[in-house]
Design a protein around this ligand. Sequence first.
Ligand SMILES: *C/C=C(C)/C=C/C=C(C)/C=C/C1=C(C)CCCC1(C)C
Length: 242
Amino acid sequence: MVQPTDTQSLILWVGTLGMALGTVAFIAMGWGEKDKEMQEFYIITTFITAIAFSSYFSMATGFGLIEVEAAGEVLDIYWARYADWLFTTPLLLLDLALLAGADRNTIATLIGLDAAMIITGLAGALATAGAAERIAWWGISTGFFVVLLYFLVSALGTQAAKQSGDVASTFSTLRNLVVVLWTAYPIVWIIGTESTLGIVSLNVETALFAVLDLAAKVGFGFILLRSRNVLEQATSSAQAAD
Ligand SMILES: *C/C=C(C)/C=C/C=C(C)/C=C/C1=C(C)CCCC1(C)C
């Protein structure tokens, strides 16, 4: 069975630890919260890092890693990333959507596009015909991603602008963070080993994804949950809308 290299294993254990600490911190921050609507933010954000913790643990121990043969080349593929992202990216979008006070249709559209992006990305990671087929899947996934970004900025942005000043400003900080960090994922994928281009090694790629994952989940969570006041305003306007 294929195992992570020593460098990859070290990075993945750091990722595992970071996600564990994030999870504990978010549980502590939400402890004793009585308001049902506000609890949603803590629950969602805690699940994001808890899922990522399990994924990192599986990758660090080698369970989350398989070999895929594509056109005569053997690639080491961390499949567990995609299992993680399939659940955590919709939860991140849900956090943002709740903050923006988004309607059901906007939420469903965002989550649908997001799931399509991750599943077609997984197809690219597992495709065996060759580089062209893998890169074509990357193109399809990136297509979903571009439409997703459009909805994040347009529909969700418009709805967030109706929220109070503090909520709207936390929303823009988080939305910008998502736009910038998430855009780095397809870039790392295409310059890394999944695409077979291998401009950067799997060690470098593992490190880049770890930094991105920690920032996009733990960093995002701290910015979202740091102000109880903002969450209070976001949920009280949601109640007023109901
Ligand atoms: C916590 C994990 C996060 C925020 C992961 C985000 C992942 C993406 C935005 C991935 C996008 C990809 C494409 C747009 C093209 C194909 C490869 C992917 C799956 C890396």
